[in-house]
Write a protein that binds this ligand. Sequence first.
Ligand code: PLP
Length: 397
Amino acid sequence: MSPKFTIPMSSPDLTEAERQAVSAVLQTPYLSMGRELEAFEAAFCNFTGSRSAIGVNSGTAGLHLCVRAAGITEGDIVITTPFSFVSSTNVLLFERAVPIFVDVEATTGNINVGQVNQAVKDITSGGTAAENWLPSSVTFDKARLKAILVVDVFGQPSDMDPILEIAEEHNLKVIEDSCEALGAEYKGRKAGTLGDYGVFGFYPNKQITTGEGGVIVTSDDRAASIMLALRNQGRAPGDTWLEHSYLGYNYRLDEMSAALGRVQLTRLDEMLAKRSQVAAWYENRLFEIPEVETPQVEKSTSRMSWFVYVIRLTLAVDRDYVVSELEKRGIPARPYFAPIHLQRYMVEQFGYKEGDYPVTEDLGHRSLALPFSGVMKETQVDFVCSAIREIIHQAGM
Ligand SMILES: *Cc1c(COP(=O)(O)O)cnc(C)c1O
């Protein structure tokens, strides 16, 4: 934490049990590809009901393996969202696939299902309407629509039923980026298990952490065996240490990380309950400030897994001013997300411009992530909320 802040932006929730589990690994010679990874993966199969769980060394690595297992290659088209962390789009670009963005729902920031439907129709019908979905400078082969990559934004599942229906109708793979949504449920079903493959991320600000790490869950046995090989330098089952059936990666999750994650997963319910409590403290204090919109939970979300606490300021409020005033009081806050299509490398490659995805851009302009974690105290929430109220009122915004 930077010394200018008295409250951290986020914080892992660690106990003696985690420290002991990591320390126990260090009493053995097995620091990679051992029992802890197996146990961690088994716990994920148990938790999600998926047939396979594949531990990897980041959420991004997990998403990349989904793209490879789906057989997505150069020139293939994938429909996805520009309101996300960059990895969900980057993993497509790693394989020279073409992301086609559709805008998001204003309430949740999740992909807009009506627009997914329209995009699939326009692209598969073979007419010229398909061209509306990419800047005119980009040429693409409409016959190559392969997948939909959805993101469960801020811990809330996307509206998956209609997406699965469209995917089924057009034989598309569905990749679910649930890196922000471990433990969330959609109509009683677990986030991450709704599409063909789902990915969870365990960076220290996530609901559970392994330091760095991630897990893929899938019930597609063929995909799982490819992912296992690609994670381990392309070694297929039966390959020796220097035999590589595929072009693979080192995406392995080490034993210390797996041990940490295994204990964290046993504490998930407790940690999610604490996060919900912190979100409720925020809601109770912020809902009555007219310039502040608090996060909304959809009816289809039968369990919210609070990842971050992101408010939206009304347009009249100067967000940069609020951020700098909060900073003066020792409180960090940051815009979240910055639209992917407006990142420099995206503009250079695809020619996107302001105005292309108005809802994503509006959320990008007005959203503000406040300090949030399961170990945050009510007095700290009080301090943040009083500061926000005071700053907005003093500025007469
Ligand atoms: C955290 C996150 C990831 C994965 O991040 P890593 O740092 O690679 O573990 C992917 N997508 C989203 C939406 C995320 O929030």
